[in-house]
Design a protein around this ligand. Structure first.
Ligand code: AMP
Length: 174
């Protein structure tokens, strides 16, 4: 399956959730079993030989891709969640979104010191959420090996906030 086919399956929803935002809807991609599998294979392939210990997936669509990658790669999965959702003591980091601001959290015992962590989300816009996830892993003493997304909105320059990291995205929207 070509990258063009996967790209074509991502649906643009103008003015969601706010006027001026074009929301990239990945649900048609997930509905197609071959496309979902191919997308996960493509985004996990570059990391198989990187001695990853854990995948940290970002709430909420990062859970979909990150948990399947963790299963496939034989590593653990850690959720980074929006504020107030986690039941245990948590580290906190603030972030700016393309459409708002907020706080993300991760359990204080989710990542052990020295563990090699890959951060996964569906989409990089400003890069603020991924930056906050990196801060959470670093608060726990983990080592961030890189950031993997399915879609990168390059016109919002997320790599500026992530310039110290190895960032990979499957589909770059310029
Ligand atoms: P940012 O922190 O600006 O990089 O925003 C990335 C986060 O917000 C990811 O968790 C995305 O799922 C979500 N997001 C931001 N902009 C969009 C968009 N245009 N379409 C879909 N999801 C988005």
């Amino acid at each position: 399956m070509s990258l063009a086919t996967i790209t074509a399956a991502i649906r643009d929803i103008p003015d969601f959730p706010k006027p001026g935002i074009v929301f990239k809807d990945i649900t048609p991609l997930l509905q197609d079993p071959e496309m979902f599998r191919e997308t996960v294979d493509l985004i996990s392939a570059p990391w198989h030989d990187q001695s990853i210990d854990l995948i940290v997936g970002i709430d909420a669509r990062g859970f979909i891709f990150g948990s399947v990658m963790a299963y496939q790669m034989g590593v653990g999965f850690v959720p980074v969640r929006k504020q107030g959702k986690l039941p245990w003591s948590s580290f906190k980091a603030e972030y700016d979104l393309e459409y708002g601001t907020g706080t993300v959290e991760m359990h204080i015992d989710a990542v052990a010191a020295g563990q090699r962590v890959l951060i996964v989300d569906d989409l990089l816009a400003t890069g603020g959420t991924a930056r906050a996830a990196i801060e959470l892993v670093e608060q726990a003493g983990g080592e961030v090996v890189g950031v993997q997304a399915v879609i990168e909105l390059a016109f919002l320059n997320p790599r500026q906030k992530l310039s110290d990291q190895l960032v990979r995205s499957l589909i770059v929207v310029s």
